[in-house]
Design a binder for this molecule. Structure first.
Ligand SMILES: Cc1cc2nc3c(=O)[nH]c(=O)nc-3n(C[C@H](O)[C@H](O)[C@H](O)COP(=O)(O)OP(=O)(O)OC[C@H]3O[C@@H](n4cnc5c(N)ncnc54)[C@H](O)[C@@H]3O)c2cc1C
Length: 377
């Protein structure tokens, strides 16, 4: 049974049959807290039925099989709008790299908590002065004399879902000023209920306050929570960001297609004048999906994801903004920014697509320098 389910086509058919029998329809609660509760409910049901464990390594509590299986679960769940794409994406952004860098015991203890919806995790990379220039981060972790632990002080910002999270993958600086930035960064897996941590949600223009400021005041973290060795933090970030720029979008693409279908429903009958806009939007979505599919296959073939995922990120941001620009242009009234409905929220959030996971400008620099070898910007 399990071996059959490692075949993606068989897996998808069986998952669809299960979804047809198990009603996971979200309640009529559009608050962020409501979305997070629904996300946890869906993850619990998927985990208990086994679906949420496929595509994850057995040594960390998964049921094995190719990464494609977990992508299929995301596509089927988020494409049906049973869970929102934002919280769902955090699994793919954080878990693969956490498994690679944590001790085997820590990964085996923690991954099931995330996959079962018992816990949400967050990503503590960006700081007020360090976004694109991540290597300049200043949150410090100092080893405590005579104790096997570190004391952390500093501030993170734009930490998505921190107010709902139990753990954080945190980048800190552990070396003195003479050490080159890229060798001075160390990552920790931090419990967010540790004394000294303060989490403050930030207000957003689209009204969904998903990200936070996170303050660390003399926060004691056991050395066993270090991810990798001292100085491995930069490499951890370089390994994690490609997931954040590519495979985590597979389920989001399914969601964008569902919104494209909804838009067709709302603007149908407007005549030939909409054909060009809708055609270009479809082309952008389709190009993105083709690229993303190829990336999923490269990962399944055992290749390491790297700077080439900046192409996926540029295509995602372009397609997402194209879709919502088209909605703004075609929906009656022409005031999407002011209307009080889902299109407004999504239109405003789509502006962030050229920022999160690395800005559009920085992705183009990476493509120019590292893929096309065009020299420094
Ligand atoms: C919705 C959302 C969710 C996020 N979630 C998280 C999260 O969970 N965890 C986390 O750690 N961070 C998160 N971030 C932060 C995100 O990673 C940063 O916003 C991003 O890396 C950009 O950094 P910055 O905001 O400091 O902008 P800056 O780096 O200050 O950039 C400002 C402008 O300068 C441009 N620029 C900077 N450097 C260059 C360059 N070398 N060449 C050309 N142009 C350049 C940028 O493109 C941008 O237009 C999130 C952001 C958003 C919008």
């Amino acid at each position: 049974m399990t071996a059959d389910l490692h075949d993606p086509a068989t897996f998808r058919t069986a998952l669809r049959a299960w979804l047809a029998k198990n009603d996971l329809t979200p309640p009529d609660d559009h608050s962020l807290a409501g979305h997070m509760r629904q996300f946890a409910r869906v993850m619990r049901a998927l985990y208990d039925a086994g679906w949420g464990r496929y595509g994850w390594p057995e040594h960390a509590g998964g049921l094995g099989g190719p990464n494609m299986l977990r992508a299929i679960v995301g596509e089927e769940i988020v494409g049906r709008r049973l869970a929102e794409p934002g919280p769902y994406s955090m699994i793919e952004v954080l878990a693969p790299t956490m498994i690679d860098y944590a001790t085997a015991e820590l990964a085996a203890e923690m991954l099931p908590k995330m996959l079962s919806g018992e816990e949400q995790w967050c990503q503590g990379f960006s700081e007020p002065g360090s976004g694109s220039d991540l290597a300049s981060l200043t949150t410090r972790a100092v080893r405590q004399e005579g104790a096997d632990r570190y004391i952390i002080n500093g501030q993170k910002v734009w930490t998505s879902f921190a107010q709902f999270s139990h753990r954080c993958i945190l980048l800190t600086r552990t070396s003195d000023a003479d050490t080159p930035n890229h060798q001075a960064i160390t990552a920790f897996f931090v419990d967010l209920d540790t004394p000294g941590i303060t989490i403050r949600p930030l207000h957003t223009m689209h009204g969904v306050d998903e990200f936070c400021e996170v303050y660390f005041d003399n926060v004691a973290v056991d050395a066993s929570r270090m991810l990798g060795a001292p100085g491995d933090g930069w490499q951890l970030a370089m390994d994690l960001l490609p997931y954040e720029r590519s495979t985590c979008f597979w389920q989001r693409i399914a969601y964008l297609y569902s919104r494209f279908d909804a838009l067709i429903g709302e603007v149908a009958g407007q005549g030939e004048s909409i054909d060009t806009d809708m055609g270009e939007t479809f082309l952008a979505l389709h190009t993105l999906r083709c690229r993303s599919r190829a990336t999923q296959h490269r990962l399944a073939d055992g290749q390491k994801l790297g700077p080439d995922t900046s192409i996926d990120k540029v295509l995602l941001a372009g397609a997402e903004q194209r879709l919502y620009d088209t909605a703004r242009d075609l929906l009656p009234g022409g005031t999407i920014e002011l209307d009080g409905n889902d299109w407004r929220t999504e239109y405003l959030y789509s502006r962030a697509a050229t920022i999160y996971g690395g800005t559009a400008e920085v992705q183009r620099n990476i493509i120019a320098r590292r893929l096309l070898e065009l020299g420094k910007e």
